[in-house]
Design a protein around this ligand. Structure first.
Ligand SMILES: [Fe+2]
Length: 418
């Protein structure tokens, strides 16, 4: 019986990946260094192939691609494919680079990316925000996610952040292969910086594997420090990714294995990270992102999770807390000490004295209805089910956030000032 299931899994992987042995696929960029200037002078270019042929990245500041970096692929036992990872270092800040990857037998097309401006830069930059791309009910081949990826390509983005539930079942390797092929046009030019959702971690293990990301998560994504809780700087902004773990670990009050319990290693890391960012004169904004929302509708309004992390957000004046999980778009008044603060204009947060919480909704997973319109903190929630994504722009002390449905129609917007 075990052999039968192994053969079925193998057949699914073979079906998901391209046929040509040396063709690079699932190409994606990220930053994997926790160093403060990593976004200015490094870039990870990762791809998959079906053969062990050594890989090469040819790159440069023009399309002559005069630099090259060799890559020895690693075989992934879980994915049954060869993973390539080229870490480019010594890059110039705020500079466009061109590259292609693969080998003499099969090259990718030539792509480009741009490195971050120097730390503290006040120049405008723009970030794509997506969430819950999971391949469930109406997104079985990531067709909804594909349409949102096409929308994202219309904007002059520098990178994307993803608030989790990247796939519907993290143990299903074909889903990862298929998704990364579909969103390759986005990921090959914009670093992809996700956080784990409950669908991306092991929900069933009763041992130390409980709440751990499925192995493909680390193999594929190359995030800072190869961790699921990480942070990075971009211009004048500090981004912090928080792994909230398994849904039950967050939502059930009696559980004792929640992440971010007071004085847990991850809590201590977060406090230290936020304290350093807030005392850094080059950092204006602190933006955290996590899968489970601290404020949301119905049973998703998770008191225990809220109690664990929001006091740190208050203490270190986190500006924006982005989440996913609930497939509705919700935006709250600024909140401090668990109290929504008064607000006159629903589209403007003029120097808010608290943190603005947003549930990003869904970029592929089935829409779940309407948000918590009756919550005292709620400023905006969509009036109909929809797929969505957001475009966030930061320029000096101004932040704008525009939210679009899958047709590209703007459904919400706001501006925040500091
Ligand atoms: Fe979720």
């Amino acid at each position: 019986m075990k052999l039968f299931f192994t053969l079925v899994a193998l057949a699914a992987i073979l079906q998901a990946r391209p046929v040509a042995a040396q063709q690079p696929y699932d190409i994606h960029l990220s930053w994997n260094s926790a160093q403060p200037h990593a976004t200015e002078n490094t870039m990870v270019i990762a791809w998959s192939a079906n053969s062990a042929t050594p890989g090469i990245v040819k790159y440069g500041r023009d399309k002559m691609l005069t630099n090259s970096k060799s890559v020895t692929p690693e075989y992934s036992q879980s994915a049954l494919i060869y993973l390539h990872k080229a870490v480019l270092t010594g890059l110039r800040p705020n500079t466009v680079y061109y590259y292609k990857c693969g080998s003499a037998a099969a090259w990718s097309q030539t792509y480009s990316f741009k490195t971050a401006p120097v730390l503290g830069s006040q120049h405008k930059f723009t970030v794509g925000v997506w969430s819950d791309t999971q391949d469930n009910e109406f997104n079985t081949e990531f067709e909804k996610t594909d349409s949102i990826a096409q929308q994202l390509l219309k904007y002059p983005l520098q990178f994307t952040i993803h608030t989790g539930d990247i796939v519907n079942a993290g143990s299903q390797v074909p889903s990862w292969i298929r998704l990364f092929n579909i969103i390759q046009p986005v990921n090959a030019t914009l670093p992809f910086m996700p956080v784990t959702g409950n669908h991306d971690v092991d929900n069933n293990a009763s041992d130390a594997g409980y709440q751990k990301p499925f192995s493909i998560f680390y193999d594929f994504l190359n995030l800072p420090g190869n961790k699921t809780d990480y942070s990075f700087n971009y211009g004048n902004t500090h981004f912090v990714a928080i792994s909230s773990g398994h849904a039950k670990g967050v939502e059930e009050a009696h559980r004792t294995d929640w992440r971010y319990g007071k004085d847990s290693p991850e809590y201590q890391w977060l406090e230290k990270d936020l304290a350093a960012a807030r005392s850094n004169k080059k950092i204006t904004w602190i933006i955290v992102y996590m899968h489970h929302p601290a404020y949301s509708f119905g049973w998703s309004h998770v008191q225990g999770w809220q109690d664990r992390v929001t006091p740190l957000f208050d203490q270190y004046q986190v500006d924006l807390a982005l989440a996913g999980h609930r497939h509705v778009y919700e935006r709250h008044k600024a909140i401090r000490n668990n109290q929504p603060l008064p607000q006159e204009n629903i589209h403007l947060y003029p120097k808010p004295a608290g943190t603005v919480y947003i549930t990003n909704g869904t970029s592929g997973g089935s829409p779940q209805g309407l948000g918590g319109a009756t919550m005292s903190s709620m400023l905006f929630t969509s009036k109909s089910k929809m797929y969505n994504y957001a475009i966030m722009a930061i320029e000096g002390r101004k932040l704008t956030y525009d939210v679009y449905n899958q047709k590209g129609e703007k459904i919400d917007y706001f501006e925040m000032n500091k």
